[in-house]
Design a protein around this ligand. Structure first.
Ligand code: WQD
Length: 339
């Protein structure tokens, strides 16, 4: 049974991916520093899978600690690297915090596991900025990042590309996520935003449950059908399954030892469509108002996901209604079982 290291495995996407790794028959080791996650998530994973991942709490920026971990875990055959700070707004206020954490952690992992290893990297559609052509393909030019967070994703991709170019034993798949939303059907794991949610769907569910006030739609004067901005929202469970598909692909023949895949649904939804989908699928009326555009937002971005279908044999299966229903079920679980 292969043992996979999941860095940031107690986080939102990480925890859902750990569940899918167990479902696919892998063993899991998690490294997490709990800077943006809660240790209780491991108990929740165990309730879902009846398995508790080995956990090592360490700072991936500590090179000696990462080297020691790798020396003690020579049986790890693959890595899924999620660990990174990801708040766009915070990255603008504290760029060095983001460059240090997101880049040093990746370099330390690559240095420590420089023998035969396969790695799946968590990237983001944010590298595309506002694409000139939609749906955006993996061949689209990477635009200059709108935030230090986005820049760390772009630089990380370059670090991986350049490392693979000189190390044929290193095989990497970069997954460029669109907008992950929703929660596991058990409602035992889901997104745990710290403070006021910056992202749309957690703000919607917190507003609906009475934890937040009115929702502000950031702009309805975009050149889109209803004027609000469009994104490609993908269910976090579909996204988690894409990581398992990527791991399996890394065991097979690849055109090169570094490949990039868009992971989305290929469909765009506007902010107002998401709001109405939430209301219709949960029966919860939302209190929202139209406000000004948010600095740094792009007008519309959604992915061409045909390469993942063709080469990973992966396609998103869950629609917006299930995304909304699962997000709401998780919010209600959190109210009854506060972390
Ligand atoms: C979605 C849409 C907002 C909140 C970011 C990161 C990206 C990834 C996902 C990490 C936008 C609108 C939002 C609100 C609103 N993160 N909105 N009212 O900005 O597309 O992507 O999160 O990898 O890298 O950039 O996601 O959920 O913040 O916004 O109208 O209260 O909802 O303007 O159009 P975004 P989001």
């Amino acid at each position: 049974m292969e043992k996979i290291l999941v860095t940031g495995g107690a986080g939102y996407i990480g925890s859902h991916t750990v569940v899918e790794l167990y479902n696919a028959g892998y063993e899991v080791v998690i490294i997490d520093d709990f800077s943006n996650s809660d240790p209780k998530i491991l108990t929740q994973i165990e309730k879902i899978t009846a398995k508790r991942p080995e956990l090592v709490q360490l700072d991936l920026c500590n090179e000696a600690a990462v080297q020691a971990f790798a020396a003690d875990h020579r049986d790890i055959t693959g890595i899924i690297h999620f660990a990174a700070f990801k708040a766009v707004g915070e990255s603008v206020q504290q760029p060095l915090k983001y460059y240090r954490n997101n880049l040093f952690s990746l370099v330390n992992i690559l240095n420590a596991f420089n023998h035969h290893i396969k790695l799946v990297f968590s990237s983001s559609c944010t590298v595309y900025g506002q694409p000139t052509e939609l749906p955006v393909t993996e061949a689209a030019p990477v635009q200059s990042a709108e935030s230090p967070y986005g820049n760390t994703k772009q630089i990380s991709e370059e670090i991986l590309r350049d490392s693979c170019a000189v190390n044929p034993l290193l095989k990497v798949i970069t997954l460029r996520y669109f907008n992950p939303v929703g929660a596991h059907s058990s409602a035992l794991i889901g997104e745990l935003p710290i403070g006021v949610p910056q992202n749309l769907v957690p703000f919607i569910t917190q507003s609906a449950i009475g934890k937040r006030g009115q929702i502000t739609v950031f702009g309805d004067d975009y050149r889109t059908p209803d004027g609000s901005a469009i994104r490609d929202y993908i269910h976090v469970v579909d996204l988690a399954k894409a990581h398992v598909a990527a791991l399996k692909k890394l065991d097979s023949e690849m055109a090169s030892n570094y490949e990039i895949f868009n992971i989305g649904t290929g469909k765009g939804s506007s902010v107002l469509e998401i709001i109405h989908a939430f209301e219709n699928s949960t029966g919860q009326k939302l209190n929202y108002v139209i406000g000004p555009r948010r600095e740094g937002d792009v007008e519309q971005v959604y992915g061409d996901v045909s390469k993942a279908a063709r080469e990973l044999g992966w396609k998103a299966a869950l629609g917006v209604d299930e995304m909304m229903r699962s997000a709401w079920k998780w919010e209600k679980y959190l109210k009854a079982n506060p972390f």
